[in-house]
Design a protein around this ligand. Structure first.
Ligand code: NAD
Ligand code: 13P
Length: 342
């Protein structure tokens, strides 16, 4: 049997944490996977050296996941085509603003029987409609694409603290393969069929987390934040059911649903930067640069994309929390509207 060759596309905070898991799991399942895992790294300078050289020498990504060592079977590759050549399992784990163009470059390089999984938390929103990244990647590469999302703050997963995650896969066979690639004794995977719900939850909870951060910045306390989380959950469900009729209610009870909302609204980057925005009034892009050392926010951009999509359909009034987050961040609406207008 030909073994599966794995390529991880992305090497940020989460990309590095899942790269570690994958590199360990391919060795555990050596009857299925080739030992070497290639990871595409967006090349940059790190203290005068190429980041890929540092990662390959130190077995660590000191920029995006400092202090966490990788096994020696993962190799950082700066060229996307080299990284994905003949790969039969593709793991997409990029900030959603950088996905465009990636598939075109890889198209001729990947194995003909390839399958993929998207860990991207964001939506491809165009004026004509919302597209899931799994569907966008599937269309561009002509392959099956599953989705993984959950209550998974990367730094905690990398320290091997127990958590759960959800994989949504239409194909049972691919679901089983991805279970073997990701599941560990501290990272419990549950595979479901509702890949649409998995992905939508991952994207939309980031907008709710921005709202939770604004509330924290105003010092409103736990009850207010719980109300924002509950209203956010209702809007996530309504968005799914309005624009993707197939989303199942049970998905919101998986790790990708309510659990991810809770963790992102307490320990996530979107919450943290939104809190600083409310306290300091500095622009979001300035705070992102100052506070995240190259890591990227997804929630503010998703709020803007969701607003454009809803506004084109004259439906902004139907999603008051999403809309209020957008207006506070992009239209100087008063911070207090986070409770007044939702
Ligand atoms: P990150 O926020 O650490 O982003 C930095 C990454 O973006 C780096 O790898 C950097 O090289 C890359 N980058 C910068 N400019 C680029 C460009 N022009 N083109 C391509 N890449 C570029 O990334 P992350 O934390 O790995 O997040 C990836 C996805 O995973 C996101 O959708 C995020 O929401 C999701 N996610 C993150 C976490 C987490 O805790 N970090 C947890 C679960 C899911
Ligand atoms: P942040 O991007 O807000 O840090 O959220 C990380 C995450 O998705 C945890 O599951």
């Amino acid at each position: 049997m030909t073994k599966e060759r794995v390529c991880v596309i992305g090497s940020g905070n989460w990309g590095s944490a899942v790269g570690k898991i994958i590199a360990e799991n391919v060795l555990k399942h050596s009857e299925i996977f080739e030992a070497e895992v290639r990871q595409w790294v967006f090349e940059e300078d790190f203290k005068g050296e190429k980041l890929t050289d540092v990662i390959n020498r130190e077995r660590e990504n000191p920029k995006y996941l400092p202090g966490i060592k990788f096994t020696s079977n993962i190799r950082a590759v700066p060229d996307l085509v080299d990284a994905s050549r003949d790969a039969s399992v593709l793991v997409f784990v990029l900030p959603h603003q950088f996905v465009r163009g990636v598939c075109e470059k890889m198209k001729g390089a990947i194995a003909p029987n390839a399958k993929a999984i998207s860990l991207i938390k964001g939506l491809e929103i165009k004026p004509e409609g919302v597209t899931l990244f799994s569907e966008e990647i599937s269309r561009k590469l002509g392959i099956n694409v599953a989705a993984l999302s959950g209550a998974n703050i990367a730094d905690e997963v990398a320290l091997e603290r127990f958590c759960e995650t959800t994989i949504g896969s239409r194909s049972e066979e691919d679901g089983e393969l991805f279970f073997k690639l990701f599941n560990t004794n501290y990272f419990h995977v549950n595979v479901i069929r509702d890949y649409v719900g998995v992905e939508l939850c991952g994207a939309l909870k980031n907008v709710v987390a921005v709202g939770a951060g604004i509330s924290d910045g105003l010092g409103y306390g736990s009850n207010t934040k719980a109300a924002i989380i509950r209203l956010g959950l209702m809007e996530m469900r309504k968005f799914g059911q309005t624009f993707f009729g197939s989303v199942e209610d049970t998905t919101f009870f998986e790790s990708c649903g309510v659990a991810d909302l809770i963790t992102t609204c307490s320990g996530g980057r979107n919450r943290k930067v939104a809190e600083a925005f409310a306290k300091t009034g500095k622009p979001i892009d300035v705070l992102e640069k100052q506070m995240l050392n190259g890591q990227k926010l997804q929630g503010t951009l998703t709020a803007q994309e969701v607003h454009q999509f809803l506004s084109a359909r004259k439906l902004t009034n139907e999603f008051p929390l999403f809309e209020t987050v957008y207006r506070i961040i992009y239209e100087n609406a008063p911070l207090e509207s986070i409770v007044r207008d939702i």
